[in-house]
Ligand binder design. Structure first.
Ligand code: FAD
Length: 328
């Protein structure tokens, strides 16, 4: 019995960067499922996998890395990618198929689940029981945890894993990561919906925020679009990024790519400093994976204050300059 993981590269155009962090997390998560072996399937990266991809697979104990040589798969086509993933599951005798709860991961896995007529829990965060297998998953943007059965022991069980549910950890012993080609006869229908062009939106890059070890968050309590100097100075001093609440982006004070939350980015920094943010559930959904949260708020009863590890009750425009002074 094996677990197949749909893995994604860090950069679709440059496999030299290896696998995405989320994919490494899911490979780690795969070892908590019942199964003797972990296999992986990489689609959309035509050609032989790079040493960086193989190194991540070996480190995560992967037995076989399935790839597809079909050049038509280079551009994202959910149904075609799903056919390759399905064929890899068949070839490896997988009992479980999982992947990251990313846009591609969720869509491709949903196609496989639909083709096999099986349910697919999304955003799983933990295995809570092994016999029969039950997992916990995030719903309502992470505000609620739901416990669901995964698989019936008969057919393939499919699920996506929420980003940052586990930290990537090397397997107890490295895997051989044998490369195997999956050959699938694709039809025109499989390729009917396909990405034809990708254009980066100007200033829309969220990677600085989602990859930061420190995020200084700012909410309506900042007071206005011209009040971010101390927030930016603190983020720069701590080598971090600025993140904001939806009110801040809705008011046009800051761009949307800085928004944290259900309709923004999910972050998991070592330190999240939430300044002038009330901590509504939609914001909490995006920041609750932070290792340490410090709230700075004038209201001692604000949800962010009650949920944070530490809180400073006071005006952020007095507290932040004092912190900067202390750090200088
Ligand atoms: C479908 C949906 C999706 C949503 N998605 C998101 C999302 O992705 N991200 C998100 O953030 N929100 C989201 N929201 C909005 C969310 O419900 C809240 O309205 C929003 O998060 C509140 O932003 P805020 O904390 O900045 O503002 P407020 O709730 O107004 O809080 C401001 C806080 O600042 C404090 N404060 C005021 N002055 C100071 C000062 N000088 N110093 C220190 N503290 C001060 C106040 O005590 C208060 O706690 C969503 C809502 C919906 C309905």
């Amino acid at each position: 019995m094996s677990v197949l993981v749909l893995v994604e590269p860090e950069d679709l155009d440059d496999l030299g960067a290896g696998l995405s962090v989320v994919s490494q997390e899911v490979l780690t998560f795969a070892r908590s499922l019942p199964g003797d072996e972990v296999d992986a399937v990489l689609v959309g990266a035509v050609g032989q996998p790079t040493e960086a991809v193989l190194a991540h697979c070996r480190e995560q104990g992967v037995r076989t890395l399935h790839v597809s040589p079909d050049a038509r798969l280079e551009r994202y086509a959910a149904r075609a990618w799903a056919r390759v993933v399905d064929a890899a599951a068949e070839a490896g005798g997988a009992a479980y198929l999982i992947g990251g709860g990313t846009p591609h991961g969720n869509e491709v896995l949903a196609h496989v689940a639909a083709a096999r007529s099986v349910p697919m829990p999304c955003n799983v965060v933990a295995v809570v029981q092994s016999e029969p297998l039950e997992v916990e998953r995030q719903v309502v943007g992470g505000a609620v945890l739901e416990r669901v059965a995964l698989g019936d022991g008969a057919g393939l069980a499919v699920a996506s894993v929420a980003g940052h549910a586990v930290a990537p950890q090397a397997a107890p012993s490295p895997g051989p990561a044998h490369v195997a080609e999956v050959d699938v006869e694709l039809t025109d229908a499989d390729l009917a919906a396909q990405v034809v062009r990708i254009e980066a939106r100007e200033g829309g890059d969220t990677s600085a925020l989602t990859g930061a070890n420190v995020v200084v968050g700012a909410g309506r309590g900042v007071g206005g679009p011209d009040q971010f100097d101390d927030v930016e100075a603190l983020a720069a001093r701590l080598g971090g990024a600025v993140g904001v609440s939806r009110v801040v982006t809705s008011l046009g004070w800051r761009p949307h790519h800085e928004q944290v939350g259900q309709t923004g980015s999910r972050i998991a920094p070592d330190l999240y400093l939430a300044c002038g943010i009330s901590g509504a559930i939609q914001h909490w959904a995006g920041c609750s994976s932070s290792k340490t949260i410090i709230a700075i708020n004038t209201d001692g009863e604000a949800p962010m204050v009650t949920k944070a590890r530490y809180a400073v009750i006071g005006d952020m425009h007095e507290v932040i300059p004092a912190v900067l002074e202390e750090l200088s």
